[in-house]
Write a new protein. Structure first.
Lengths: 411, 123
């Protein structure tokens, strides 16, 4: 059974490259939404995740996630420095692709997750503090949660919680951590006057995220099969349904559909379908995306302004809320007819799965929130988390990076 | 010197620039400086929405055309601009007229009236 299948392997290599492109896509998505004095700072948060997590992963990240289980909580150091990770498949995860390909595919997920958090703290956090945060957060938050959910012996996996491509691991963890970080670091100055500087950039970013998400979700089948194709269809459908829902909300409330609204809806739909992509039917994905779009629209435009915290680019509003809904929705709509390795959800008569999904969601929220708070407090003992008032006014590009995105005068 | 130079600033909607330039060219004005500017007057702005943020934008994008004249009468320039730009609505723009002390053309050192004259043989 341990034969490497060339089609599966090629597909996952392709999917890995697709997921890699999501992080630069995210940088564009976020970069367009900040002021032009902070576009490089915001962009480099994502690029820092690519650099730091790539190194952390080959040293300890992969083995902490997928090494031999310790107490259901974390992997051991079996694969420290990638020793033993080669062409042979790891029978616990994907029996037909080399473990090295599985490792690379998983790396891209580990990269984008801390990059997502950067949306919450944009335009005001010190760069070096964020770089250290990426390293600590990946090691102490991402790796354990990925092990709980996906690792052989992980406690949420044993409980039967379903998370096809990272609703808990990627989106709830990053969204909640973003919210905590935004609260710890505080609001930007003159919050009510801040507008996006380049929405075409944001729209290109949304397109690259949509494109890369096919690798993220379809690739999570780890083989060329019906589940992969189902995930491809549900991913595309949910993205469209959520964008449509967000646009309709805008049309009803403001009489105008905005480009940022469409881009936001796309991302929310992709987030919401992530945990269920390989477990739910295409018709269910219409509902998951559609309701996710309405829910996040309401949260971002009505609830957030009332609560008054500054999650700058809505990392929590889109990834946290969208991810929580996606996890619950998987408990409602999952079907064994779609994926025999999954479970039946509420609409197929199994109410238990919703409960299991809620346990997984609550555990992810609690652990991410507490650990993020502790990590930030520890970093703040050694350095300031927040840029000074002058640095913030001048823009982080000049004050923290010593460069300008668009130069001073057009010559 | 009996030479009198005037500078005329015309601030108006960006969409009227082409018409205005043609009309000014037609009365013999060949040199001008044009800038994109933001401004507000009595014209109301518009509302912008970015996710949960809604903003009243009252600084609107406008175009500023600066010309300096000597031989061409200021009144002719002003009348021409008024004729082209007038719709009777807010946002048509404003015209400012200033006195200019001197004009120096860098390429040939000409000053005053000569600095505004562009004839074929001098170029």
């Amino acid at each position: 059974m341990n034969a490497v299948n060339a089609a599966d392997t090629s597909f996952i290599i392709f999917a890995t490259a697709l997921v890699m492109l999501m992080t630069p896509g995210l940088a564009l998505f976020y970069g367009g939404m900040v002021r032009k004095k902070n576009v490089l700072s915001t962009t480099v948060h994502s690029y820092a995740a690519m650099v730091i997590v790539s190194i952390q992963w080959v040293l300890i990240g992969y083995t902490l996630c997928f090494g031999k289980d310790f107490a259901g909580f974390i992997g051991n150091f079996q694969f420290f420095g990638l020793q033993g990770v080669g062409f042979l498949p790891n029978i616990n995860y994907a029996t037909t692709i080399p473990q090295s390909v599985f490792m690379l595919f998983q790396l891209m997920f580990a990269i984008i997750t801390p990059a997502l958090i950067s949306g919450a703290i944009a335009e005001r956090m010190k760069f070096i503090a964020f770089a250290i945060f990426i390293l600590l957060w990946s090691t102490l938050v991402y790796d354990p949660i990925a092990h709980w959910v996906w690792g052989a012996g992980g406690w949420l996996r044993n409980l039967g919680a379903l998370d096809f491509a990272g609703g808990n691991v990627v989106h709830i963890s990053s969204g909640v951590s973003g919210l905590v970080a935004a609260l710890v670091i505080g609001k930007r100055k003159k919050l009510k006057t801040i507008t996006p500087h380049n929405l075409p950039m944001t729209l290109i970013g949304a397109a690259l995220l949509w494109f890369g998400w096919f690798g993220f979700n379809a690739g999570s089948a780890l083989a060329v099969n019906g589940v992969a194709l189902n995930a491809f269809i549900t991913t595309n459908t949910s993205a469209a349904a959520a964008a449509l829902a967000w646009a309709i909300c805008e049309l009803v409330v403001r009489k105008k559909v905005s480009s940022l609204g469409i881009a936001s809806g796309i991302v929310v739909g992709l987030v919401a379908i992530t945990p269920g992509a390989g477990f739910v039917s295409p018709m269910a994905s219409l509902v998951i995306g559609g309701f996710g779009g309405v829910l996040c629209y309401y949260f971002v435009t009505v609830v957030k302004p009332k609560l008054g915290y500054d999650d700058a680019l809505d990392a929590f509003g889109c990834h946290g809320i969208g991810g929580i809904w996606g996890g619950i929705a998987t408990g409602i709509f999952a079907s064994k007819a779609i994926n025999s390795a999954g479970a039946n959800g509420l609409i197929h008569g199994n109410i238990k799965l919703v409960g299991i999904q809620l346990i997984a969601i609550v555990a992810t929220i609690a652990y991410s929130a507490i650990m993020t708070f502790i990590i930030l407090k520890v970093i703040s003992m050694f350095m300031s988390l927040r840029a000074t008032s002058e640095e913030e006014s001048d823009g982080l590009d000049v004050s923290l990076h010593g460069e300008e995105a668009y130069g001073g005068i057009d010559i | 010197m009996d030479e009198k130079f005037s500078k005329i600033d015309i601030i108006t909607s960006s969409s009227r620039y082409e018409e205005l330039k043609e009309a000014l060219n037609a009365i013999g004005i060949s040199g001008m400086t044009v800038s994109n500017v933001l401004g507000c007057g009595i014209q109301k702005g518009h509302k912008e929405f970015y996710r949960g943020l809604s903003l009243d934008i009252n600084l609107l994008p406008k175009i500023k055309v600066e010309v300096v004249v000597c031989d061409i009468p200021v009144d002719l320039v002003v009348e021409t601009a008024k004729k082209v730009l007038h719709t009777g609505k807010m946002g048509d723009g404003k015209i400012f007229v200033y006195e200019v002390k001197n004009i120096i053309r860098v390429s040939n050192g000409a000053e005053g009236r000569d600095a505004l004259r562009y004839t074929e043989d001098k170029v």
